[in-house]
Design a protein around this ligand. Structure first.
Ligand code: ZN
Length: 173
């Protein structure tokens, strides 16, 4: 795990020209949009980024992100640790372009500013690599589920013992 913090931004006029390579961590609490989907915003994302240009003079951002985050299990609602890991392959454009120009492994990233805010880029990539559903795989989770299931069944029986007509019949007697 990298000890240093990722810079807040890079200067795009220099980063691609000098083929900068940067790495560091971003605190999850600084990624509020992503942290919203977590049960706990403690922890960091480890980021490695390489800036370069290709033969067509496209500005490439390649790299890697990894993080260990806690989300709610969608079966038992208890916290669940998820390892996130993804490769970054972006082409930086100043304005929106037709995606078809890109090689399929690249996505586009739009920023007309010289200051490229790295946390925004990292946050978007994290959101994209987050699994849509998360479940515990162990038995505890199923036990919790059975326990919850029984409770729900019982409550249903108690809550709906007889129909309104049955109640009416009883009252008439
Ligand atoms: Zn669970």
């Amino acid at each position: 795990m990298s000890e240093s913090l990722l810079p807040i931004y890079v200067d795009t006029r220099k980063a691609f020209l000098q083929q900068e390579e940067i790495s560091g961590s971003v605190a999850l609490e600084n990624l509020p949009r992503f942290a919203d989907s977590l049960v706990d915003n403690r922890g960091v994302v480890n980021v490695e980024l390489q800036f370069s240009t290709n033969e067509s003079n496209l500005r490439l951002i390649k790299g890697h992100i990894s993080a260990r985050v806690k989300v709610a299990c969608q079966r038992c609602l208890e916290p669940l640790a998820v390892e996130l890991e993804d490769e970054i392959s972006l082409v930086l454009f100043e304005q929106d372009r037709i995606e078809a120009e890109l090689e399929p492994q690249f996505d586009s990233w739009i920023s007309g500013e010289y200051k490229l805010v790295l946390a925004e880029l990292v946050e978007e990539q994290l959101i994209l690599c987050m699994p849509i559903v998360n479940f515990h795989e162990n038995k505890d989770c199923l036990d919790n589920l059975n326990y919850l299931g029984n409770e729900i069944e019982q409550t249903d029986e108690q809550a709906n013992p007889m129909s309104p007509f049955a109640v009416l019949k009883k009252l008439k007697k």
